[in-house]
Design a protein around this ligand. Structure first.
Ligand SMILES: C[S@@+](CC[C@H](N)C(=O)[O-])C[C@H]1O[C@@H](n2cnc3c(N)ncnc32)[C@H](O)[C@@H]1O
Length: 356
């Protein structure tokens, strides 16, 4: 099995290199409006943003920034298939402008933007950011009533394009082999993720490129990896229009889905080759640890007297539901650079000794 991963340097307000109805899943994290690190970028996209900030008009700046994201949401509407899913990772922003502190609710503004484009909102996920903030208050210390809570969560907003779900032919292998285990379902499909760790975050920047790491605002690998497993099947294409350091593409490579990414800043693409080198090893270890964790789950259930009813087809283990029987992990065996991206050759997961 082969997957293709295309990456473009470009402005996603115009995604003309991506064909209409050619993407089944979007997983992305835009620059967050009203977070200062993105002020310059938004002001470059639209100088009205800079003018609004300078004149102290927070509401106008917020709206002007979202107007730029809206143009990307228009493109997603065009390239996603009917029933395709868009997962948008975003955080709200707190900020003082002209001496006045408030929260700018990016998640609410993006919800409106998608609904007005004909997307149906689905239940979203909140995930807790690892924080090292010593001061958990903002405002007036320990005196009521003017302190403010600290934002320590982000949203993954989930939308379906249109009201109809995607259809597959009965018993489609590419869907059944991409199934997840019962206990993974229970962990992943909760609305509060407290177990997202930062893995695979290391970017090899040398010398003068140090600033790139800070400018990237990369999300933890687990976020796109889970979302890809939850909302796509083998053979699907995942798009990230705010590609950054390419975490979504790495997750798509490890999950054996095709991907497309578009990023304004060319310097991020130059660092991506170093991250790609880890994909064969990472994809293998993810598959093996998912399997090992599942076996622990089965063993614990046996001890407590519940025996999962079905036998997996490709692995020496029991599973809880009929739908899990054909689960088949892939590992990346080799990666080659092709025009505009990468071709990855995947093989069925090689399991360790006695693993079946
Ligand atoms: C929050 S970061 C995404 C980080 C990414 N998820 C990762 O893990 O590295 C947002 C990215 O979007 C890029 N960006 C912002 N506006 C863009 C646009 N109009 N077209 C393409 N890329 C854009 C920024 O340069 C930045 O790298």
């Amino acid at each position: 099995m082969e997957t293709i991963h295309r990456v473009f340097v470009g402005d996603s307000r115009d995604l003309s290199s991506v064909a209409d109805d050619s993407v089944e899943l979007v997983v992305t994290s835009p620059p967050y409006p009203m977070i200062e690190m993105w002020d310059d970028l938004f002001s470059t996209l639209d100088p009205a943003v800079g003018r609004a900030l300078e004149s102290g008009d927070g509401r106008e700046a917020f709206e002007a920034m979202h107007a730029q994201l809206d143009r990307v949401w228009d493109e997603l509407e065009r390239v996603l298939v009917d029933g395709g899913i868009a997962c948008i990772n975003v955080g709200d922003a707190t900020r003082s402008i002209d001496g006045s502190f408030r929260v700018y609710q990016n998640h609410a503004r993006i919800l409106e933007a998608f609904e007005s484009r004909g997307f149906d909102p689905l239940p979203d996920v909140l995930w807790r950011k690892p924080t090292n903030s010593a001061a958990k208050f903002m405002g007036s210390g320990t005196l009521p009533p003017n302190a403010y809570v600290t934002l320590e969560h982000e949203y993954v907003l989930v939308f379906r394009k249109g009201s109809d779900r995607r259809e597959f032919e009965p018993r489609a292998d590419r869907r059944y082999e991409a199934a997840y285990f019962w206990e993974e379902r229970n962990r992943w499909f909760t609305d509060l993720w407290t177990d997202v760790r930062g893995e695979l975050q290391t970017l090899e920047f040398d010398g003068e490129d140090d600033g790139l790491r800070e400018r990237s605002a990369a999300y933890p690998f687990e976020i796109p990896y889970r979302l890809i497993c939850m909302y796509s099947a083998y053979g699907d294409t995942v798009l990230d229009p705010f590609w950054g350091t390419g975490t979504t593409t790495l997750a798509a490579m490890c999950a054996a889905r095709d991907s497309v990414g578009s990023e304004l800043e060319e310097a991020f693409l130059e660092c991506f080759d170093d991250r790609v080198d880890d994909v064969p090893e990472t994809s293998r270890s993810i598959g093996r640890s998912r399997l090992a964790r599942h076996r622990e789950f089965v063993a614990e259930n046996r001890e407590s007297g519940t025996v999962p009813e079905y036998e997996a087809e490709y692995y020496d283990t029991s599973v809880v539901t009929k739908m899990e029987r054909s689960i088949r992990f892939r590992e990346a065996a080799s990666i080659e650079t092709v025009a505009d991206g990468y071709r990855v050759e995947h093989e069925p997961l090689s399991v360790s000794e006695g693993g079946g």
